[in-house]
Design a protein around this ligand. Structure first.
Ligand SMILES: Cc1cc2nc3c(=O)[nH]c(=O)nc-3n(C[C@H](O)[C@H](O)[C@H](O)COP(=O)(O)OP(=O)(O)OC[C@H]3O[C@@H](n4cnc5c(N)ncnc54)[C@H](O)[C@@H]3O)c2cc1C
Length: 319
């Protein structure tokens, strides 16, 4: 039987509030749920221990131990004390030759011309793109049809992000909580007030819910705007929000590119698209230029690497 890793809820918190939202199986069903994975909890600390069907008794013993380790893939992280995550980029905003608010509408790789939605044009010496490949390829003049077909095979998840402000400071003491329940519309909640207390006014909490869908595999049910109310309903279901909690703020955004899906089409399609860009002299970087599982810091480094490639090529041309 194919190993199926199953987890239900993973929380980085030890709070009793987190335990109260779980519907955990009793000890007997845990012990007999070999083919469905294993969940363990101890005291106020909740964690999911995913165990493959082939797990040994020793692994089960470890899973039900009273000490539940933090098994999250992020054990530590850095976050700015003030002005949120985006403030990491502030040092680059003062760069002298940065032109923001230019949407590329056409790229002519032969004449090396860029056209923008604001009517401006520019000629480039070297071009590095961090645009998502499915957005980049249709902009390129004379792109072959097999490259267009290939880029259309690339799959990713999209995400409706719902942001909520709550008139209480102790909604959760987790940074991030995961939800895999089918009757909960989001799969992850972030609590920005716990990243830095300066992210919220004194005495308040903030929640960001991630609702995932995929144009290729799991289209969104309804309209993104519907998810503000649906998310609020489901957070109340988990017990994190109380019926009398005052919601001070809510909004949403629809993020078309979230996580790249590593399906069977990806390898061949990506080789076709990247091969074409290499031949055309357009360097690519970032999560959606590389079309991989790339974190923010890796996306940044991939931009530096692409810049180096372009510089190296120009140096070669000049010699
Ligand atoms: C919900 C969610 C949570 C995440 N959490 C984390 C986390 O905690 N830590 C972490 O490290 N990473 C996280 N990531 C991943 C992180 O967001 C990405 O790795 C990172 O943003 C990739 O940066 P990028 O510059 O490659 O792509 P993007 O930030 O997507 O930049 C691509 C840019 O291209 C622009 N663009 C598109 N078309 C055009 C056009 N025609 N003309 C001009 N510009 C255009 C877009 O507007 C966009 O700004 C998360 C991602 C999601 C979706």
């Amino acid at each position: 039987m194919r190993a199926r890793w199953l987890s239900t809820v993973f929380s980085l918190t030890n709070s009793a509030a987190a335990t109260s939202r779980l519907r955990l199986p009793d000890a007997t069903s845990v012990a007999t749920s070999r083919s469905r994975g294993l969940r363990a909890f101890a005291g106020g600390c909740v964690a999911v221990v995913a165990v493959a069907p082939s797990a040994t008794n020793a692994e089960y013993c470890a899973a039900v131990s009273p000490v539940t380790p933090n098994i999250h893939y992020v054990q530590e992280f850095r976050y700015p004390r003030r002005n949120g995550f985006g403030s990491y980029l502030n040092m680059f905003v003062s760069e002298p030759d940065l032109h923001l608010g230019h949407q590329v509408t056409r790229i002519d790789p032969k004449k090396k011309i860029l056209e923008f939605a604001n009517g401006k044009q520019d000629i480039y010496a070297g071009l590095i793109s961090s645009l998502p490949l499915p957005d980049l390829i249709p902009l390129i003049e004379g792109v072959p049809s097999d490259v267009v077909d290939a880029v259309n095979l690339l799959a990713c998840s999209s995400c409706v992000l719902v942001n909520i402000g709550v008139d209480r400071d102790d909604v959760s003491d987790a940074h991030v909580s995961y939800f895999y329940d089918r009757d909960i519309c989001f799969s992850r909640l972030n609590f920005p007030h716990n990243m830095s207390r300066n992210n919220v006014p004194p005495g308040k909490s903030s929640i960001q819910a991630e609702v995932y869908y995929s144009r290729k595999y799991k289209p969104l049910d309804g309209d993104p705007a519907d998810y503000v109310d649906l998310v609020l309903t489901d957070i109340r279901k988990t017990g994190l929000l109380r019926p009398d909690d005052r919601i001070l703020y809510s909004d949403y955004s629809d993020v078309p590119y979230a996580n790249v899906i590593f399906d069977l089409d990806r390898g061949k399609a990506l080789a076709t698209v990247h091969g074409y860009l290499d031949n055309t002299g357009i360097a690519y970087c970032g999560r959606y230029g590389r079309w991989g599982y790339i974190w923010t810091d890796e996306a940044f480094v991939s931009g530096e690497e692409a810049a180096q490639q372009v510089l190296d090529k120009n140096l070669v041309t000049r010699q």
